[in-house]
Design a protein around this ligand. Structure first.
Ligand code: NAG
Ligand code: NAG
Ligand code: NAG
Ligand code: NAG
Ligand code: NAG
Ligand code: NAG
Ligand code: NAG
Length: 448
């Protein structure tokens, strides 16, 4: 396949000369930058204190007091999106009650009294009513590998459509690598180096996500931040906070969180805690309880694969015993890459010519085929299917079809991007009153 060298990339040589190399994986020799990627660093990984890998996974000491600290520092905004009355009420249950209440798509209610009535939820959570009562850990979602990297005609780009379209179309995990531009303390989303592809400050992108989350009160969105140069979490937290997203972040009751520990989507929605934020390295969850430390709680298949066989072995964390793989979330990297070498810099870029195969629902090298391989190996499908150019496939939308098959639901939304009217659920903004209402519905009283 032929690659057109993008403007951004051909500028690399020039900007390389001026760059101060402060990323430990990056070395500068003469005019050549060499970047070693994460897969070469799997042997010795460190985790924040409080976690030890292996069978005796520890607790974070003193989590209660650290939660209190972070509560004091982050809960300064308005309570929009937080339902104060809910006390973990499981809402979307079917059962007998004195009152029939049908929660329709826009949460209008129709009520009638009958001795053998049932309560039925028709409100989708993450696009499917079935998901409302399902645990976060028991759902397979499509994930965008390098979500912010949409620069047109840049070979390093991983997606065509921006994050708003990604979410509208049904993607529910957004992943991206953070780096610091040369000489700056402001974190940006950058691909390998900010001189190759700089998608701008993380605060900007996170603000866009926050706006989407605010407008979609029945959706739970996961963000996986790549700590590109292993900086302390404190270097990023103020910029995350500025986006306003902390109002919606889910804070776990304890860490680590294993499969059975997770709440249902309905519970998270009722509480208005609908953003689950992860970081791969140096998350320091003891200090920032809402910033999930990835590898003690979620594992990953090989990163940036370059071979269509897509084995489902767990690469990170390394040497994880089988029963530990099976009791935590896992993410499958299903994006086919080729190594691009230019002026001594080697980086993985999407194998675009293969996308219709890579993203399809069945066949050799396909997403569907790989998921089946994962089920054979681990007994259940991955939680997240991390793909490039999610809108490609055979036919377009096949990545969502694969996830739907795993979830026992039917994918029947159109795919994808600006030419397609969003299939996302109706926008309702009165989250607090709605959540309170849903809780009240159980008691048969609901006034909107
Ligand atoms: C966090 O703040 C809320 C609202 O101010 C308060 O009700 C709650 O008790 C606080 N939690 C902790 C652990 O301090
Ligand atoms: C809370 O919301 C009200 C009304 O929307 C607004 O006037 C006030 O400034 C907000 N407070 C904070 C801390 O954002
Ligand atoms: C909400 O649902 C009710 C009852 O189904 C319907 O009459 C109304 O038009 C809906 N409103 C919107 C904005 O969809
Ligand atoms: C959800 O749980 C069901 C029943 O145990 C299981 O068959 C399914 O594979 C699980 N899905 C995921 C994504 O964990
Ligand atoms: C891809 O992986 C398969 C199975 O491990 C192996 O047989 C094959 O040689 C690999 N292909 C390349 C090009 O590395
Ligand atoms: C993918 O595209 C290539 C090149 O256009 C074509 O040869 C191949 O048949 C396509 N595969 C599928 C599954 O559509
Ligand atoms: C999906 O359906 C199959 C067959 O009906 C069933 O065995 C499986 O448990 C279902 N899985 C979930 C997650 O409901």
């Amino acid at each position: 396949m032929a690659f057109r060298l993008a403007t951004g990339l051909s500028l690399l040589a020039a900007s390389a000369l001026a760059q101060t190399v402060d990323d430990p994986r990056t070395t500068l020799t003469g005019s050549t930058i060499s970047i070693s990627q994460l897969p070469t660093r799997t042997a010795a990984q460190s985790f924040p204190s409080g976690f030890t890998l292996g069978t005796g996974l520890g607790e974070i000491p003193d989590l209660e007091s650290s939660m209190a600290v972070s509560n004091a520092t982050i809960s300064s905004g308005n309570g929009t999106g937080t339902a104060t009355q809910t006390t973990n009420t499981v809402t979307f249950l079917t059962g007998t009650a004195q009152t029939t209440t049908t929660l329709s798509g826009n949460f209008s209610t129709s009520t009638s009294t009958s001795p053998t009535a049932t309560v039925t939820n028709t409100q989708p959570c993450n696009n499917y009513p079935e998901f409302c009562s399902r645990k976060y850990s028991n759902i397979t979602e499509v994930a965008c590998h390098n979500s912010p990297f949409i620069t047109p005609n840049n070979v390093a780009a991983n997606q065509q459509f921006d994050v708003t379209y990604q979410l509208n179309d049904g993607v529910r995990l957004l992943q991206a690598q953070m780096q610091f531009p040369d000489g700056s303390d402001v974190p940006h989303f950058c691909h390998t180096s900010c001189s190759i592809l700089d998608a701008g400050p993380i605060t900007d992108w996170l603000s866009t996500v926050t706006a989407w989350v605010a407008a979609h009160p029945y959706d739970v969105v996961t963000i996986l931040l790549g700590n590109g140069n292993y900086s302390p979490a404190s270097k990023y937290v103020p910029y995350i906070e500025q986006s306003g997203i902390l109002k919606y972040v889910y804070t776990p009751p304890h860490a680590p969180m294993y499969l059975d520990d997770w709440p249902t989507l309905g519970e998270m929605i009722l509480q208005g805690k609908r953003v689950v934020m992860w970081m791969d390295y140096e998350a320091n969850q003891g200090t920032y309880p809402w910033l999930f430390d990835e590898f003690p709680q979620m594992s990953e298949t090989p990163f940036d694969p370059t071979n269509q066989s897509f084995p489902c072995n767990i690469q990170r964390p390394p040497d994880l015993p089988t029963h530990d793989v099976q009791n935590r979330l896992y993410l499958m990297n299903h994006n086919l890459n080729i190594e691009l070498s230019l002026l001594g810099t080697s980086m993985p870029v999407p194998a675009r010519g293969e996308l219709n195969v890579t993203n399809s629902a069945e066949g050799v090298g396909s997403l569907g085929g790989s998921v089946d391989g994962c089920i054979d190996l681990w007994g259940r499908p991955p939680n997240f299917l991390n793909v490039d150019y999610y809108n490609y496939g055979t036919p377009p939308g096949s990545v969502f079809e694969v996830a739907a098959r795993m979830n026992n639901v039917t994918y029947n939304r159109p795919c994808c991007g600006p030419d397609v009217k969003s299939g996302a659920s109706a926008v309702v903004t009165r989250v607090s009153s709605i959540a309170a209402c849903v809780a009240a519905v159980i008691a048969g009283v609901c006034l909107l």
